[in-house]
Write a protein that binds this ligand. Sequence first.
Ligand code: DP6
Length: 358
Amino acid sequence: MHHPSFVFDLPIKSHFQTQWQAPSNIALVKYWGKHGQQLPKNPSISFTLSHCLTTTSVHFSPRKDGSPHFDFKFDQKKQPDFHPKIQQFLERIQPYFPALAQHHLSISSRNSFPHSSGIASSASAMAALALCIVDFEKQHHPNWTEEDAQQKASFLARLGSGSAARSIVGPMMVWGTSKAFPGSNDLYAVAPQPKWHPIFNNYQDTILLVDKDAKKVSSTAGHGLMEGHPFAEQRFAQAHRNMELLKQALTAGDLATFIACTEAEALSLHAMMMTSDPSFLLMKPNTLAILQKVRDFRTASGTPLCFTLDAGANVHILYPEQDRIPAMEFIKYEFTDFCHKGAFITDQVGEGAKKVID
Ligand code: DP6
């Protein structure tokens, strides 16, 4: 395998057009805290989703040498708001893909989920863009294996957004060095080898849109809150332990441990934000009400559903496909009124990104 940070300095200069779709992912063990150039302070593991997708096409055209040069459309419209993030991404990846200096990139993107819904789209967006760029590079490296290309795409996506490193293949990805997962590392995410228990291959994720407002704290500022945080070291140690526990639970199909670890991770993430300086309360009253009701319903009915959260008020409810009917009845009955315009998104564990052939 080629190390993905190795710079392939071939004289690439040609027209090339490609299109990829990449899924969002939901972390079970949370990445929270980073250092250096987008390196995680602790390992994380996520389910790759299948319905929340970004589809991106890129047309590369030759030009005179210079710094990254692109135009960007979202939903077929020019969107200058997105420019700084894309510019930063292209500048960061240029050392690993020097041919960027000799091409203009015409980028066009769309999401399968509402952009303003409060669902993080940076993971699927950066992964889709990274995959388009690696596809171009791949044309000039016919000896690359599929795994080489996936690793390079994850490596580049990480430089755009840490969680994007985990939006390449399914059903699960690990990012950050963890003793529980040989081959895991901080530079790119890997799809671990163990035989996952089949119950997790199509695990369900119903996303409750409690609050669609823009994030109160950007993720980069959020990660910064772990610098000098009084509980930082304990938190990182806890994440390492939860990687081990979850690996066992995910291979054995041990839902009790899966639920305990997943909920503990979500609550720890919010506990870190509540106890940082400055402190953030990102749950809304309805978020807390939902978490309590999920636990009550699980105790009363025995249906193994559980919750997880990202750095916001929305709740992801996770459950096995075989429990879909009682879980959805419960969700619709109890939570429709809690959600913005009664909205929720039904997703499930998926197979990863795909090239789109028109
Ligand atoms: C809480 O990947 O959005 O969702 O690297 O700054 O772009 P940047 O951060 P980002 O952080 C995601 C944090 C999280 C947990 C997770 O997905 O692991």
